[in-house]
Design a protein around this ligand. Structure first.
Ligand SMILES: *Cc1c(COP(=O)(O)O)cnc(C)c1O
Length: 393
């Protein structure tokens, strides 16, 4: 079905699906590594980029293709590139767009490994980087150098929920010929469409909201132009960070309920934020939906909802955080986010443990910060769980 002129919820269910020769109502899993050519000419054509068909699953596969088309439509992009994991997507983008002597400006509180990959690995190949609070336009402007080729934004960022102005920063970057990449994992295309706001590339850890059921890891990249699509697809295929057909099937299944899941999780998050903001055991809370959030107005403008991720500081610093985590029963003490189940974690000792203490402080990842990914359980149950655990602090 052509879903181009259909609503977002219709696209979630039908975009990218093809007419299966057996009449399967769902996209089947093409569990194969390789594909038979009809004859020598067919094989030659496919290698030359002409004709219909597939060559080899690392290069392309019907199940993976269906998912790529689905997400590309959700993000209003030219094409999608599915990857083995979110980091597979980040790596392919860095690999395609950076090189010897190039410079990247990146959100300081970006996902830990997205930062570590630059600091520990790409640096060995002569890539330069500057991490700044990208919510601060002037700081981004000051960080741009003659050799800057990429502006990499994560908004809202992980775990500080800092929000960067995609439209204004894209205009600034484009004046300098810089490619804008947005990690849209925290919002998903249901709440934010970076390509519509001016970005050139958007990527996701589909492990989180897009799949939404905490049962696979995966990633996807969507580009605005054919040129960027070709460049990044080449990097992904040559690096071998491709998704596999079974993973793609799971994500196609998961993404169908994206709007329903996000609506419910967000409704819960708003109630939990309201409960926490006046709680005597809470020092502070960061949720874009609260007027106290420093970029609340920007969030209202560039997102269609505030999502279900919040972070807060408990009384008693590090010790208080540990007490809370050891006493929740419903919330699962685990990294990751964006699933149907509520998760709680402590970035300073977990996801961002690899970032130096100094850099953590600069990025706003303080010792008492607890990250909470609100699920779709009964909200009274989640609040009751927090209440009894907070009472132990
Ligand atoms: C989880 C995450 C990633 C990495 O994704 P994986 O699927 O774990 O490789 C990248 N960016 C953000 C914002 C994430 O939350």
């Amino acid at each position: 079905m052509n879903t181009k002129d259909k609503g977002f919820e219709t696209k979630l269910i039908h975009a990218g699906a093809f007419d299966d020769p057996m009449g399967s109502a769902t996209v089947p899993i093409y569990q194969t590594s390789t594909f038979a050519f009809k004859n020598a000419q067919h094989g030659a054509d496919l290698f030359a980029g002409k004709g219909e068909g597939y060559i080899y699953t690392r290069i392309g596969n019907p199940t993976i293709d269906a998912l790529e088309k689905n997400i590309a439509e959700l993000e209003n992009g030219f094409g999608g590139i599915a990857t083995s994991s979110g980091m597979g997507a980040v790596s392919a983008v860095y690999f395609a767009l950076l090189g010897q002597g190039k410079h990247i400006v990146c959100t300081a509180s970006v996902y830990g490994p997205s930062r570590g990959l630059l600091e520990q690995d790409f640096v060995r190949f002569g890539v330069e980087y500057t991490f700044v609070h990208t919510s601060d336009y002037a700081a981004v402007e000051a960080a741009i150098k003659a050799n800057t080729s990429v502006l990499y934004l994560e908004t809202p960022s992980n775990p500080t929920m800092e929000i960067s102005d995609i439209t204004a920063l894209s205009e600034l970057a484009h004046k300098h010929g810089i490619i804008v990449v947005v990690d849209n994992t925290f919002s998903s295309p249901y709440l934010q469409k970076p390509l519509d706001l001016g970005a050139d590339v958007v990527l996701h850890s589909v492990t989180k909201f897009i799949n939404g059921h905490a049962d696979i890891v995966g990633g996807v990249i969507v580009t605005k132009t054919a040129e960027l699509y070709k460049k990044i697809r080449h990097a992904m295929v040559y690096m071998g960070s491709n998704m596999d057909p079974h993973q793609a099937f799971m994500v196609i299944r998961g993404v169908k309920t994206l709007s329903l899941r996000i609506e419910r999780a967000q409704e819960n998050a708003i109630k939990i934020a309201d409960y926490l903001k006046n709680h005597p055991k809470i020092e502070w809370i960061t949720y874009p939906g609260l007027t106290s959030h420093p970029q609340h107005e920007l969030a209202k403008k560039q997102m269609s909802g505030f999502g279900s991720m919040l972070s807060f500081g408990v009384k008693g610093g590090y010790k208080g955080g540990v007490t809370l985590m050891n006493n929740v029963h419903l919330a699962i003490l685990a990294v990751s986010l964006g699933g149907v189940e509520t998760l709680i974690q402590h970035p300073a000792s977990m996801t961002h443990a690899g970032v130096s203490h100094d850099e953590k402080q600069k990025a706003g990842i303080t010792d008492e910060l607890v990250r909470f990914s609100v699920g779709i359980e009964n909200v009274e149950d989640i609040i009751a769980d927090l209440e009894q655990a907070l009472a132990k602090i």
